[in-house]
Design a protein around this ligand. Structure first.
Ligand SMILES: [Zn+2]
Ligand SMILES: [Zn+2]
Length: 411
């Protein structure tokens, strides 16, 4: 799972680098759009002309919803009479093609015999919130061995879940596979009830930046999808994610390949830097430089994080250039690096579920994550891919591949 920087929100103003203040756009609030924060009244005014377009979209969707209700009984705001599924936020101005398909399936249970983290009942990660955010834990040999074990299990669960990806499969089905694979390994799926996240894994297709909630939406040929898996076993957490192509159409889409493969390479380039003495602020510039060289941008809101007996302890690890992260790699440190890149503007907006965040322009986003251990001489990638792991890099499609992809689409 991805960690937000400690209590920071970016101003919605175009090209504004400031953190957001308390000022929310009043029209957005009226329309039910949360998270329209600006840094100042001034910036809000300056951006009004571009920002108000969002209201039109929101209102249009609202009116369309009402209008279609009058002429056809099959509206999104009411359950489909055949399937019983419903879009829970029909008036929301979606930025891309993905829609939530509710109701969510019932909460999946973890047997009491498996040790649970402290948020499993209340939803609140109490111990994690009490942590001193400047103190970075160093693991002894026993702790490192426990991290190796839980990370190996995490890789197994990701590979088992990813092997089920194909057009027509729902993200809820992937959640069921992930949940059962965790339980079979005597592991608690860390996202389950973490700050009240309702499912055992995060599924983030297409324009979803991260923290998508598994539901009854079926994967489509041409989608891309990130699976973010976290496990708690033997008193330690592991965390890893990869983005996958759904069907052949996605592999023939040069934009999908560009964002996925560039993100994969960005993580690789950052991992290559990890060794004792390397400042944590050094990862961001390397990631952002490579992203830009391919016309991609880094989503700055989300960062990597420490990981050990806690799920998201310090340090927070930014993926962008000119960051001021403190701390240096030391043997025994365990943390994640997990860059998210997009083909469009690096700004996100939230769905009304308060978890799913999507690119503001609906363009694809991709992410890759590994759990790492700093060794005496370098780094051990605890969640590394295995020779038979599903997914993996593919080359940019040739003109012929693209033509073939189009043929499939038209057939
Ligand atoms: Zn993470
Ligand atoms: Zn993760």
């Amino acid at each position: 799972m991805t960690d937000p920087p400690p209590a920071k929100r970016r101003c919605l103003g175009t090209d504004c680098e400031n953190d957001a203040g308390d000022l929310q756009c009043p029209s957005c609030l009226k329309l039910g759009t949360k998270d329209s924060y600006f840094c100042s009244q001034d910036c809000f005014k300056r951006n009004w002309a571009t920002h108000k377009v969002m209201h039109k979209t929101a209102q249009g969707k609202l009116q369309n919803g009402i209008f279609s209700k009058l002429i056809t009984p099959r509206v999104v705001s009411e359950p489909d009479p055949v399937t019983g599924f419903v879009n829970p936020f029909p008036a929301y101005p979606y930025t891309g093609s993905v829609r939530p398909v509710y109701p969510l399936s019932a909460k999946r249970e973890v047997p009491k015999t498996i040790p649970h983290p402290d948020w499993s009942e209340t939803g609140i990660p109490k111990a994690e919130r009490r942590l001193n955010r400047t103190k970075i834990e160093l693991l002894d040999a026993k702790g490192q061995e426990a991290m190796r074990k839980v990370s190996k299990l995490g890789r197994e669960v990701l590979d088992i879940t990813a092997a089920a990806i194909k057009p027509g499969v729902t993200t809820d089905y992937l959640d069921e596979i992930c949940h059962n694979a965790c339980v079979e390994r005597e592991a608690y799926p860390s996202p389950l009830n973490y700050n009240r996240f309702p499912k055992s894994l995060c599924t983030s297709p297409n324009e979803v930046v991260c923290h998508g909630i598994p539901d009854h939406r079926k994967l489509e040929d041409g989608d891309i999808i990130n699976l973010d898996i976290s496990l708690y076993h033997g008193g330690y957490h592991s965390d890893l994610n990869e983005t996958y192509y759904v069907g052949d159409k996605a592999k023939a889409n040069p934009d999908a390949v560009r964002v996925i493969e560039t993100t994969r390479e960005c993580l690789q380039k950052a991992i290559e830097l990890v060794k004792p003495g390397c400042p944590i602020r050094d990862f961001g510039p390397v990631i952002e430089k490579h992203a830009k060289s391919r016309g991609c941008s880094v989503m700055a809101t989300w960062g990597g994080h420490g990981i050990n007996t806690e799920f998201h302890p310090p340090p927070w690890i930014p993926h962008y250039a000119k960051n001021r992260a403190v701390g240096t790699c030391k043997p025994g440190m365990t943390f994640t690096i997990e860059p998210i890149l997009t083909l469009g503007r690096p700004k996100e907006v939230y769905w009304p579920d308060n978890w799913t965040n999507v690119t503001v322009d609906g363009k694809f986003a991709a992410q890759f994550e590994d759990t790492l251990l700093v060794t005496e001489t370098g780094v051990e990638v605890l969640t590394a891919r295995l020779p038979d792991s599903p997914g993996g890099p593919i080359p940019m499609p040739t003109t012929k591949d693209i033509a073939d992809g189009n043929e499939t689409k038209n057939a």
